[in-house]
Design a protein around this ligand. Structure first.
Ligand SMILES: [Zn+2]
Length: 208
């Protein structure tokens, strides 16, 4: 799933805090926003392996939530909602497409790496690929309660995130061609081979 969907999902998961401990709503929502983003920071290399921990994040969620319930404070609330969102993010990626340049072609059996069992989990493709219309629909659905409940900066963040999601959905299927062209036409003629080995293989495909 695309990054905006994860960010909105993390924020939506933090919304119940507004009813239980309203003074911590802001920090819980920021944690939710960040855990939507952080696991995808390594989009360039090792994506869905080094920062996605579907088993470990999930296992840590319950103790962190218990601690936050017993000792509510900025650090405990932040940690609990960061872990909840990161766990859901890592598991949600399993229901998307595989880890390839064109996931809509359904050519990859790799969705998320399971460090516990040391193996890749296959994509379920409920959401065919990141940035698909169904992915955008999930983003919109998650944003609705947030837009109703929030105001100020957090509401503006939701609006900007939705805008990014919409633009990404429109251009998503053009991006692989753009990236491959950039590598072929701009990087390859100008950089020696040893530097190009740092460009992930999926961007060095020929014939596109
Ligand atoms: Zn991810």
């Amino acid at each position: 799933m695309m990054l905006p969907t994860h960010a909105l999902g993390g924020m939506a998961l933090a919304m119940p805090v507004a009813f239980v401990a309203p003074e911590f709503t802001g920090i819980a929502l920021v944690a939710g926003l960040l855990d939507g983003i952080v696991p995808d920071l390594n989009l360039y290399v090792g994506h869905r392996k080094s920062l996605h921990y579907p088993v470990y994040y999930s296992a840590l969620t319950l103790p962190a939530l218990t601690l936050a319930g017993l000792l509510p404070s900025v650090p405990t609330i932040f940690t609990a909602f960061f872990l909840i969102g990161a766990a859901v993010h890592s598991v949600a990626d399993i229901f998307g497409g595989g880890l390839v340049l064109r996931p809509w072609e359904a050519t990859s059996n790799r969705a998320v790496y399971d460090h516990y069992w040391a193996q890749w989990i296959a994509p379920r493709r409920w959401i065919r690929y990141d940035g698909s219309p169904s992915d955008l629909l999930v983003s919109i659905t998650l944003a609705v309660p947030l837009l109703i409940a929030l105001n100020g900066v957090l509401r503006q963040i939701v609006i900007v995130t939705l805008a990014v999601a919409s633009v990404y959905t429109v251009v998503r299927r053009l991006l692989p061609t753009l990236a491959a062209t950039l590598v072929r036409e701009v990087l390859t003629p100008r950089h020696p081979d040893h530097l190009l080995t740092y460009v992930p293989a999926r961007y060095r495909e020929s014939g596109y």
